[in-house]
Design a binder for this molecule. Sequence first.
Ligand SMILES: Cc1cc2nc3c(=O)[nH]c(=O)nc-3n(C[C@H](O)[C@H](O)[C@H](O)COP(=O)(O)O)c2cc1C
Length: 221
Amino acid sequence: MGEDIPCTAAYILAKNDSSQGRPELINSMPSPKILAFGGSLRRDSYNQKLAAAAAQGAREAGAEVTLIALRDFPLPLFDEDREAAEGLPAAARELKKLFRSHDGLLIASPEYNSSITAALKNAIDWVSRPETDDEPPLSAFKGKSAILCAASPGLLGGLRGLVHVRSILGNLGVLVLPDQIAVGKAHEAFAPDGSLVDERQAARVASLGAGLTQHLTKLLA
Ligand SMILES: Cc1cc2nc3c(=O)[nH]c(=O)nc-3n(C[C@H](O)[C@H](O)[C@H](O)COP(=O)(O)O)c2cc1C
């Protein structure tokens, strides 16, 4: 039998090395790029911690992950008059650029009154807007894939809000993967360093992120 060949997504068998008579491995498959964030502006947000935990799983599975916090992109409330007068604010342009330059979205969305937070919806609204007349519609969303999760002190963990986030993103042309996780009792779920206390829950959250990486890796192959 021949020698073992590394079989990670980053490697492909490309050609034979004639001098050795062995296959040469070429690291030529791009790592998927994932943009991860929580849908909360709160400094100590459970959802931001959850996004970080899932992002780590995505990273360990081979993705290049950019973890951002929405609070670092201060956006005015979307107003078409303002948009007509001033165009997109700098923070919206920056956020949209990030969406466009990533293959996948990993969103941990809090639930406010059984739905999406105003902060997340406002960010989506700004990012959905074209900057020039010839820009294709929804350029920051179409063709992306996403994975969703939520955390809440309530027992349902924000599950009801994810129904709306899934619907909004789907209507914008994002393929939202079926797996999702809602972390209930979020005030007890995280250690001071932001990690999940329960090991099995931590493993499930990590594998959620890994699932998005694996899906994107197949798409990019
Ligand atoms: C306006 C408002 C509405 C809320 N509605 C819900 C709700 O419908 N369901 C729920 O589980 N938690 C609800 N909560 C509690 C949030 O889950 C909690 O504040 C959580 O910490 C928010 O997420 P974050 O920690 O990521 O900021 C609500 C909180 C606010 C401020």
